[in-house]
Design a binder for this molecule. Sequence first.
Ligand SMILES: Cc1cc2nc3c(=O)[nH]c(=O)nc-3n(C[C@H](O)[C@H](O)[C@H](O)COP(=O)(O)OP(=O)(O)OC[C@H]3O[C@@H](n4cnc5c(N)ncnc54)[C@H](O)[C@@H]3O)c2cc1C
Length: 399
Amino acid sequence: MSRRGEHDVIVVGAGVVGAATALALVREGFDVVLVEARPAPPWNAADDVDARVVALAPDAVALLDELGVWKPITQVRACAYSRMRVWDALAPGELAFAAEDRGESALGWIVENRLLQHALWQALANASETGGSLQLRVPGEVAGIENSENNAVVSLADGSSLRARLLVAADGATSPIRGLLDIGVREHDYGQRAIVAHVGTERSHESTAWQRFQPGGPLAFLPLGDGRCSIVWSLQADEAERVLALDDAAFCAELGCALDFRLGNITSTTRRLAFPLRMRLAERYVAGRSLLIGDAAHAVHPLAGQGLNLGLRDVHNLRGQLRRAKARGIDPGAAQVLRRYERERRSENTLAANSFTLIERCFNSESIAVAGLRGLALAVADKVTPLKRVLMDAAAGRL
Ligand SMILES: Cc1cc2nc3c(=O)[nH]c(=O)nc-3n(C[C@H](O)[C@H](O)[C@H](O)COP(=O)(O)OP(=O)(O)OC[C@H]3O[C@@H](n4cnc5c(N)ncnc54)[C@H](O)[C@@H]3O)c2cc1C
């Protein structure tokens, strides 16, 4: 901290994106304060697999590796998937990806949210040894923000205040900071809820991510290291209510049918959780010396498993902008630095979010003509190698 009590960066929110941002910036030599409303999520490797898992793309894993948290995660548990199969409930045609087509061992990894967050928090505890400095304000809640020409001043609910040259809001999809900064959002309610659970299957998941598009929403089966699958079943809200109310045997029977019995019968299920699905795109990423990152900037449909991957790409980009600024002696909160981050990330995130909405709408239609076109599109994408490569590169964060 400078003599005037000013930090380089305040990060609000220590979810995966906020914690990764703070860690990345401390390692670049910045003086960072991380403010999080809730204490670190409890983690015990002996517990069952966390109900929330994410599919991480290779570029997200590369970033976590650079930050020193990937190895500790794999030492506990992470499941690589080497294949992906996508098909339509109403039309023939199937798209299949295989890591070996690219000479790679995995298309991505399934990791528990709580383990990811735990590994990041562990690394944060030792972060100051790596270059910069870190102050944790947990639990800490932001009550107000003032952006001036020279710094951003954050008042906390306990009456204290913090000052920094840059404020990073990583406070999630409903971001209170976005509201305090008066940044508008474009919202789209999909009218769906995503049901998540871990299920046992009669046949092996073959380290494959399975996705079947059906009217009402997509159903994904993601492989877990213990042989079970984690499902994300997006359904219209009223249908989701009905499915949530089923007893376990009836739920397993309907789920097996919904996946065309590709993995045979469903033999067990954990407790089910449900999440309302809503796209939220911030109209701007920057206000004065503050910027939005992760779900605070863009919350997207989970059908492509890209929400967190996009957030970690924001972290990678911001780290690069601030690294260059530091090397040139430029203030980390300077408008030119923040605008560049906004320009580069907002275009990719908006394109991705709108593409997912388009795919969701297209696959939701029960029209025979649209279904026929979908089947054709899947079959063509599967056969045309350059197109398939582009789709794989996009999912892997290589475009
Ligand atoms: C069903 C489902 C499946 C998904 N699957 C995938 C997937 O396979 N792959 C993928 O990449 N993404 C996936 N996602 C998306 C992914 O979960 C999110 O993009 C990601 O968790 C967002 O992380 P975040 O750190 O930006 O926000 P959050 O995880 O929401 O973290 C925000 C943090 O800010 C804190 N906070 C909030 N307000 C304040 C405040 N005022 N002061 C201090 N702290 C505050 C909160 O306590 C929280 O810790 C999925 C989402 C859903 C719903």
